[in-house]
Design a protein around this ligand. Structure first.
Ligand SMILES: *[C@@H]1O[C@H](CO)[C@@H](O)[C@H](O)[C@H]1NC(C)=O
Ligand SMILES: *[C@@H]1O[C@H](CO)[C@@H](O)[C@H](O)[C@H]1NC(C)=O
Ligand SMILES: *[C@@H]1O[C@H](CO)[C@@H](O)[C@H](O)[C@H]1NC(C)=O
Ligand SMILES: *[C@@H]1O[C@H](CO)[C@@H](O)[C@H](O)[C@H]1NC(C)=O
Length: 560
């Protein structure tokens, strides 16, 4: 609170308009890295918010083209707020010319998929007699037409579902994983897309795994692969997967993770699902599991964010909302994703597959789109992914000084206070005021006298101006570190919570013991640092000055 600025009445009137209009412009390719950030040519952060689009199964055709026109899918991806697609491909597409030159029709015919052929005939007749590699290029090009960036992800070698522990595609030297062929394929793919502006990255290999995996060979071949890609296409980010299904990057040295001839292009990737930890989420106490899992991730991969960009290139949930393991994980994931503000790729866009693991037309319940690729499978759930799309901080976004937003992972919304007359509510984070969390543990609205106060169990929290009492102090508690706890003035211990109306209330703290049956997620909040431009704060600041609340007398209370 010390050092806050007071402005004239006129200036705050103008500022909100100017600042709220400065939206994010399209990225200027090529991308590069600057410490942990991916940046465009002008040094401005580009947060990759991608969807995985599968093109590595047996037909080797991007999924969904029998359901909707290609251009419509690409436009849909952009309208859903994704700025990027992680497009998967099998190595053989780049190394086996007799495969790559099959037409789409021939590929489906060979698999007996007559329905897919008639679907493509109806929705994408132009594609039916293109070759598989031309079709792949057409998908990239269609995404480009919609300003969607592409990461080419070498998912496996032999077309098919991925990833079994011993499926022959897991590690260098496996039956289908000849390192020389892999280098050859990467080189051809990198060369093919050289100069294609929306191809911004190549992830060299998905989910390394299996009995052969070892750190020595990881370095040997990943360095070779990275150099080969860079030599053929110096514009793309080179994205490297860790070991053990891309869960483990702990063997990397923060200062010099690899010995490469180039710099400013290296990104690491990580996969994080609920099932990465078996059924721990469903069977354990959610606060405890969240705390433990995030602790492990800090050690295995998040530590890299001190120096390098980390793309969480696969995460996702059953979007029917029926999987308890997934649901509990998602709230923890969202809290961490907002806090670390990492780049990510949702698994998956795909609503259904032509053929997966022998099943024709298999529905993908982890997919954002429904079976017919027509609508969102679950639009309310999708809002939670949307909330994570815009960057909160990073180079070029510093329109304001650092402040906090109070993020609510279970909804993807933030604590907002737009009016002095109503209780605080959850609302879009892009409309969040700037909050401050002081060393005295007071949660105050920056540049105002107001702080959040607990009133009574079950009652809305309020904004007060005398911020020295115990009901204005908020401890961050529980193993998840996502409960905000205070004491009411008559001594009841409470946690910040949300009622069915999205009003911010206080209630008894949930799930702080080892209870595994309870769900604390309505009480999970994350104080996330942001430098994103603000729309609301200055308006509030203006209100504050108009009301001419005590200018001097209360400053002492706030800054004590
Ligand atoms: C190349 O692809 C063709 C067509 O799918 C297939 O018959 C052949 O076995 C593949 N060759 C290799 C070496 O995998
Ligand atoms: C790094 O690579 C360069 C050439 O690529 C080589 O000369 C050098 O010995 C390598 N250093 C280490 C520590 O492996
Ligand atoms: C969407 O997901 C929520 C859980 O986030 C669930 O309660 C709801 O039933 C789902 N809706 C549909 C249409 O699947
Ligand atoms: C609430 O009261 C308890 C018991 O007196 C105390 O341990 C705790 O620190 C208080 N919480 C805050 C946020 O002041």
């Amino acid at each position: 609170m010390v050092g806050r600025r007071r402005r004239s009445i006129i200036l705050p009137l103008l500022l909100p308009l100017l600042i709220c209009l400065s939206s994010l412009s399209a990225a200027a390719s090529p991308l590069s890295t600057s410490s942990r950030w991916i940046v465009d040519g002008s040094g401005r952060r580009v947060k990759l918010a991608c969807a995985n689009w599968v093109s590595h199964l047996e037909p080797v055709v991007a999924e969904g083209l029998s359901k909707q026109p290609l251009g419509a899918i690409s436009a849909r991806i952009a309208s859903l707020g994704f700025n990027c697609v992680r497009l998967t491909w099998p190595l053989f597409l780049a190394t086996n010319d007799s495969l790559a030159s099959l037409t789409v029709r021939q590929s489906f015919q060979g698999l007996g998929l007559a329905d897919a052929i008639s679907g493509i005939q109806a929705n994408n007749p132009d594609i039916l007699d293109l070759s598989l590699i031309e079709t792949f290029q057409a998908v990239v090009s269609s995404l480009g037409d919609n300003d969607v960036m592409v990461i080419l992800d070498n998912h496996l070698t032999k077309p098919g579902w991925c990833c079994g522990y011993s499926d022959g595609n897991g590690f260098f030297g496996d039956q289908y994983f000849d390192p020389d062929l892999w280098i050859h394929g990467l080189t051809r793919m990198a060369t093919l897309f050289r100069g294609v502006g929306n191809v911004v990255g190549m992830s060299l290999r998905n989910e390394l795994r299996g009995a052969r995996q070892n750190v020595k060979d990881w370095y040997k071949y990943m360095q070779r692969g990275a150099e080969a890609v860079h030599a053929s296409n110096p514009d793309v980010l080179v994205i490297l997967s860790g070991l053990s299904y891309d869960k483990d990057l702990s063997f990397l040295n923060l200062d010099r993770p690899l010995n490469l001839s180039f710099s400013g292009k290296l990104v690491f990737e990580l996969h994080w699902y609920a099932f990465s930890d078996g059924s721990a989420w469903a069977s354990g106490n959610p606060n405890r599991v969240c705390g433990q899992v995030v602790g492990n991730l800090n050690r295995l991969s998040f530590f890299l964010l001190q120096r390098w960009p980390l793309l969480v290139s696969e995460f996702g949930v059953d979007q029917r909302g029926t999987n308890a393991n997934d649901n509990r994980y998602l709230s923890c994931f969202a809290g961490v994703a907002a806090d670390l503000d990492f780049d990510w790729a949702l698994w998956t866009l795909v609503g259904s597959y032509y053929l997966r693991e022998g099943v024709v037309g298999m529905i993908e319940y982890y997919g954002a789109l429904d079976e017919n690729w027509a609508e969102l499978r679950n639009s309310s759930l999708f809002q939670r992914f949307r909330a994570l799309q815009p960057p909160l901080k990073g180079p070029g976004l510093s329109e304001t000084t650092p402040h906090k937003v109070i993020f609510h992972p279970a909804t993807g919304l933030c604590v907002l206070r737009k009016s002095l007359l109503e209780p605080m509510k959850l609302g879009p984070c892009t409309e969040s005021e700037a909050w401050n969390y002081t060393p005295q543990k007071v949660l105050s609205l920056k540049a105002t006298y107001f702080c959040i106060q607990a009133v009574e169990v079950g009652k809305p929290a309020k904004l007060g101006i005398i911020c020295t009492g115990s009901n204005s102090k908020w401890d961050i508690i529980s193993e998840s570190k996502m409960h905000l706890s205070s004491n009411t003035s008559n001594g009841a211990s409470v946690c910040l919570d949300v009622d069915s109306d999205n009003t911010i209330v206080t209630s008894s703290c949930k799930c702080l013991s080892r209870d595994s049956k309870c769900d604390p997620s309505s009480q999970w909040f994350k104080l996330v640092e942001s430098t994103r431009s603000l729309c609301a704060t200055r308006t509030f600041d203006l209100l504050n000055s108009i009301l001419d609340l005590p200018r001097k007398g209360l400053v002492g209370f706030l800054s004590s």
